[in-house]
Design a protein around this ligand. Sequence first.
Ligand code: NAD
Length: 320
Amino acid sequence: MKKALVCGAGGFIGGHLIKKLKREGYWVRGVDIKPHEWSPKAADEFLLLDLREQKNCQAALTLADGKFDEVYQLAADMGGMGFIHSAETEIMHNSMLINLWMTHTAAEMGVPRYFFSSSVCVYRDMKPGEPEMTEAEAIPAHPDNEYGWEKLYSERMAQAYSRRYGMTVRIARFQNCYGAEGTWTGGREKAPAAMCRKIAEVEDGGTIEVWGDGSAVRSFIHIHDMVEGIYTLMHSDLEGAANIGCPQYVTVNELVDTVAQVAGKKIHVRHVEGPVGVQSRNFSNERMYSLGWKPKVFLKEGIELTYPWIEAQVKAARGK
Ligand code: NAD
């Protein structure tokens, strides 16, 4: 039986990845600084560890019998645009320490295959209508935020350790991911979850606030497609970073309309000042397509899968 370690197992994507690895027949250890709120028992074993410290990375990677076949590094101090812009030093400090020690310790302990979760935040801002950007175009680098710089540095560090230690490294640059069991409140939630929450909270005909004028272009990938993409990339021969995203591009206003439609509510929008992030996104997913992976869940269907879960959380929180 193959053994996998998932770092960031208490988080959104890590939690879903554990379920995927279990379906594939793996023995899985999860590690995180906090337990998973909704699926705490998905992994065979779950260790509460702060991965900013090397001794904890060593403990995470140590097995009584043998070694891990695969390590998935998804632990990060992260959140949506509001968090990314207000917690620059925490992101650069905490995520950097996690990646520094996990990459170094995994390589030293002879991990054969290592996955690193990067982000499309490594790319510069784009103008609407610009042609698709490929992975190679991340350099020369001009990320919009410090989160992107940290990811870029950690990508390069993983590749350097791969060259020195012969550890196979796979790097994915995730687009904005959403789905059930994702952060939906508290300031770290991303746009799809935030819109679902806001619309679930108001009455039919009510008004919600949206940061910026709503014209920023985004694409959102549903968690089902994301975990399939991670698994496919990890088991491929693809060297270098690969974007994992959905080729459906929408404005933030269109995202709001889609959520309102799924919720069956008429919603008014008040545009307010806020951290919008980049104006536009348009990435090539060709490297992932070359592996036979393609996203299957487009925005309307993805929101249909997500909105009822967030609505239930909103109702449960009100009942408390
Ligand atoms: P998440 O915040 O839900 O999960 C990250 C987990 O890391 C959390 O459970 C957190 O507790 C854990 N963590 C933070 N500090 C830690 C520490 N010191 N020690 C151990 N664990 C620690 O985020 P997610 O959406 O599941 O993202 C997973 C990965 O994918 C991250 O690396 C993130 O940067 C990347 N990513 C996510 C998205 C997205 O849209 N969700 C987009 C691009 C990249």
